[in-house]
Design a binder for this molecule. Structure first.
Ligand code: 2AM
Length: 193
């Protein structure tokens, strides 16, 4: 990760054409951890790496995807922000207590074995707003998770200290694949009530 990530502020007119900005962005809405949560997730990533190997995600890239949009014209950023503006959801505590591994994409992750109702309300309100605006969302019915390892062999999950996350906001983020790995940028942040 080579991008600033969490603190990027809302910028008016993000959809104005600029010569230095790409025409399309790979976009997703996500929960983006505060510093303490990020450190805890990063420690778990180190622990899982000792057991499973692979490539650790850089601490600053760690996040939990709520809705994945994929390649999207940059001109739709304000439209997407307007969708997120309509979402009313409460802050909540999320316990990430379940290490896991998917063979098909060689990802090692820490996920939530149970989610509070506020999580489901946030995810479904956001997805509903996006779908009503005509966006096709890959809703990912799988366990909510933070990817910690890529290209990992996986194996028997080791015991992990749960990471307790006080979720107070969500973000719209962009990812870009570059030679040295994925770069992520937080475009805008919305507070939960
Ligand atoms: P992953 O970490 O499980 O791969 C940016 O790529 C974020 O979007 C990552 O959190 C990634 O999840 C997620 N993502 C990538 N492709 C996706 C898809 N087709 N559906 C849902 N989420 C996706």
């Amino acid at each position: 990760m080579t991008e600033p990530g969490p603190a990027a502020a809302a910028k008016p007119g993000l959809n104005q054409p600029r010569p230095d900005k790409p025409d399309t962005l790979r976009l997703f809405f996500a929960l983006w951890p505060d510093d303490t949560t990020r450190d805890a997730l990063n420690r778990t990533g180190k622990w899982l790496h000792q057991h499973w190997g692979g490539r650790r995600m850089h601490a600053d890239t760690l996040h939990l995807t709520l809705a994945f949009l994929g390649s999207t014209p940059a001109g739709q950023l304000d439209d997407l922000a307007a969708c997120a503006d309509t979402v009313r959801a409460d802050a909540f505590e999320l316990a990430l207590d379940r290490p896991g591994y998917w063979r098909h994409n060689r990802i090692g992750w820490l996920g939530a074995s149970r989610t509070p109702p506020q999580y489901a309300e946030l995810a479904s309100a956001l997805n509903a707003a996006l779908q009503a605006a005509g966006y096709s969302i890959d809703a990912r019915p799988q366990v909510p998770h933070v990817t910690l390892l890529r290209n990992t062999a996986g194996g028997e999950p080791p015991a992990c200290v749960p990471v307790c996350w006080s979720v107070g906001d969500f973000v719209l983020a962009a990812s870009r694949t570059e030679a040295e790995g994925a770069r992520y940028e937080v475009i805008r942040r919305w507070r939960l009530t």
